[in-house]
Design a binder for this molecule. Structure first.
Ligand code: TYM
Length: 339
């Protein structure tokens, strides 16, 4: 499935360093990233330019950027196989994002559900315009690398559609330039819901105590959060789309995403069990994911210089791909090349 620009099919994805990563980020994104890294030429970035659309404390942003990169490695991304880099280290992202912003129809941007959700909660006078232009920057991230596949949770599918539409528009106006990427959602875990409110997506920016399991939660705390998860007053344990059964469905989904088993197998395993048993089993599955990840993360954060060397190499590898694509797009748009 490679395209005319790459000899190997390519993957690109990113996570915002805007808080502590959750099991939603892991099951929706990171776990897939690890699974595809031997089959694709993978680029994984820490999207700090996206994080500032929500306003960030400078000290915390720097810290979270390092932590996120370490978390990619701790989750199983091998820096010798995949390219790990920081978005703002590659100026081409900002440059192409501006070019795409200028040709992105305002109507398309205003129709993005994530934009509408975020703006709906805030005062128009105080929100930054970056929230509106967020998808153009995301399109730049993807198109600079001629990515064939983008592994994400399903909340990002509309942004991927937008990226494809924008690439098509650019190619139509200025000649064949960009590769049209495809979205890749995990079979299970494409949308993990909040433990306290299973009708809302689990989010790293939600502050209520029992909402999310963070990848760095102490395991006893993670267990407690799962044991307190909202369920319902039914008894049978099965996957269901009914809104009132969303809590149990979410626990089963977390379990399925970690165990990689079929729905039938899982429903069979819990056929004569109660909600307490289900919660215990989910808690054990989550803890068995967190423990090795946290051990590796702590090692990495204590290994002076290692993370910086990974990000330096990542920057070189990413720049070698992104720069020529930017030059091509600038040439197609009619910018005078510097002499
Ligand atoms: P972010 O940081 O909000 O989310 C990062 C990734 O985690 C997935 N995700 C979830 N998956 C399942 N259940 C959840 N509750 C859940 N919460 C988050 C998201 O779908 C995403 O895959 N806009 C992107 C960041 C980005 C990007 C890109 C992604 C910027 N440029 C280029 C791919 C390609 C985002 O949502 O970040």
């Amino acid at each position: 499935m490679a395209n005319i620009y790459n000899s190997r099919p390519r993957v690109l994805s990113g996570i915002q360093p805007s808080g502590n990563l959750t099991i939603g980020n892991y099951l929706g994104a990171l776990k897939q990233w690890v699974e595809v890294q031997r089959d694709y030429d993978c680029f994984y970035c820490v999207v700090d330019l996206h994080a500032i659309t929500a306003g960030q404390d400078p000290v915390e942003l720097r810290q979270k950027t390092r932590e996120s990169a370490a978390m990619y490695i701790a989750a199983g991304i091998d820096p010798e196989v995949s390219t790990i880099f920081v978005q703002s280290h590659i100026p081409a992202h900002s440059e192409l994002a501006w070019m795409l912003t200028c040709m992105a129809p305002l109507g398309w941007l205003q129709r993005m559900t994530q934009f509408k959700d975020k703006v709906g909660k805030q005062n128009q006078e105080s929100i930054g315009a970056g929230l509106l232009n967020y998808p153009s920057l995301m399109a730049a991230d993807i198109l600079l690398y001629h990515a064939d596949l983008v592994p994400v949770g399903d909340d990002q599918n509309q942004h991927l559609e937008f990226t494809r539409d924008l690439a098509r528009r650019f190619n139509h106006l200025y000649g064949e330039t960009f590769t049209l990427p495809s979205v890749m959602n995990p079979q299970a875990g494409a949308r993990i819901m909040g433990l306290d409110n299973p009708t809302a997506k689990m989010s790293k920016s939600e502050t209520s105590d029992n909402h999310a399991v963070f990848l760095l939660d102490d395991v006893s705390r993670a267990r407690k959060k799962i044991m307190r998860a909202v369920t319902d007053s039914y008894r049978d344990i099965r996957f269901s789309d009914e809104p009132e059964r969303a809590g149990v469905n979410n626990l089963l989904t977390i379990y399925q995403a970690i165990k990689d088993e079929s729905r039938e197998e899982i429903e069979g395993d819990f056929a004569d069990k109660g909600y307490g048993d289900l919660k215990k089993a989910v808690a054990e599955a989550v803890v068995s994911t967190l423990e090795p990840l946290q051990a590796r993360y702590n090692e990495l954060m204590n290994e002076a210089g290692y993370l910086d060397s990974v990000l330096k190499l990542g920057r070189e590898k990413a720049s070698a791909v992104a720069e020529p694509t930017l030059k091509l797009a600038q040439d197609r748009m009619g910018f005078l090349a510097p002499s």
